[in-house]
Design a protein around this ligand. Structure first.
Ligand code: SAH
Length: 230
């Protein structure tokens, strides 16, 4: 566990560090407001989550730059604008129950929790060490998220149906049927899909599915680049 603040959690009271981060975070939100077509509600969620607490110490100085960062185990935390766009597209309300596939460091789960409220985000992470670290971090920062280690297709079947699902890893053949089955009719799924080229990341698209009784409606939201779903 890498934590510059040491055991017991954030140095919220002392030092200039967190104050600087607060200014950086405000600047990030202002930048996103200018460049992205996302709601004030979504921007407020980005403004509420201390991204610097989620990135490994060597990258902390860049926590509020709008770019992806490595989080270990060959995985990355998405750039803030991508988290904002996805959180906006999934269009959740307070009290909605959300399935996330790919907890990573837990940042995106924290943003979703700010939008739906405590206890309503269920996040699955394939890599056990990332799941354990994210669970500890979310808990320490006061984000009530249920994290399980395992394959997101099945990890929370006992908690279905969900109002929405958000995938932060890219399935090659479209959103897997088990995930569609776990979202109620009228619910939304936001996911990067495609890839599977030489590097496994070629030609992915961000899609939003709306689940219907007899299938799904699909919208395309442009080209993206995510780690592959395992
Ligand atoms: N939302 C994350 C981004 C993590 S990157 C964040 O804010 O940090 C995507 C993650 O998906 C990786 O950690 C990867 O290990 C995980 N992943 C890949 N395939 C998966 C699967 N089948 N089930 C659950 N997690 C998976």
């Amino acid at each position: 566990m890498i934590d510059a603040n040491g055991p017991g959690g954030g140095d919220e009271t002392g030092g200039g560090g967190d104050t600087d981060f607060a200014a950086d975070r405000r600047a990030l939100v202002d930048g996103l407001r200018e460049t992205q077509d996302v709601s004030e509600r979504t921007l407020s969620a980005i403004g509420a989550v201390p991204r610097h607490e989620f990135v490994p110490e060597p990258h902390r100085a860049h926590a509020y730059a709008d770019r992806p960062l490595p989080i270990g185990h060959d995985q990355t935390i998405s750039a803030p604008h991508m988290v904002a766009v996805m959180a906006d597209l999934v269009d959740v309300e307070r009290g909605d129950r959300v399935l996330e596939v790919g907890t990573g460091c837990g940042y995106h789960a924290a943003v979703l929790t700010d939008l739906v409220g405590p206890g309503d985000v269920y996040s699955a992470e394939y890599v056990p060490e990332l799941a354990a670290d994210a669970r500890e971090r979310l808990d320490r920062l006061g984000f009530d998220v249920t994290v399980r280690s395992g394959d997101g297709r099945e990890a929370f079947r006992d908690e279905a149906p969900f109002d929405a699902a958000s995938l932060t890893c890219a399935p090659t053949g479209g959103v897997p049927e088990p995930i569609v089955e776990q979202v109620r009719p009228g619910g939304r799924i936001v996911a990067p899909v495609g890839g599977g080229g030489l590097l496994g990341r070629g030609s992915q698209r961000l899609v939003r599915l709306t689940v219907r009784e007899d299938g799904v409606d699909r919208e395309d939201h442009g080209g993206v680049r995510f780690v592959p779903m395992r």
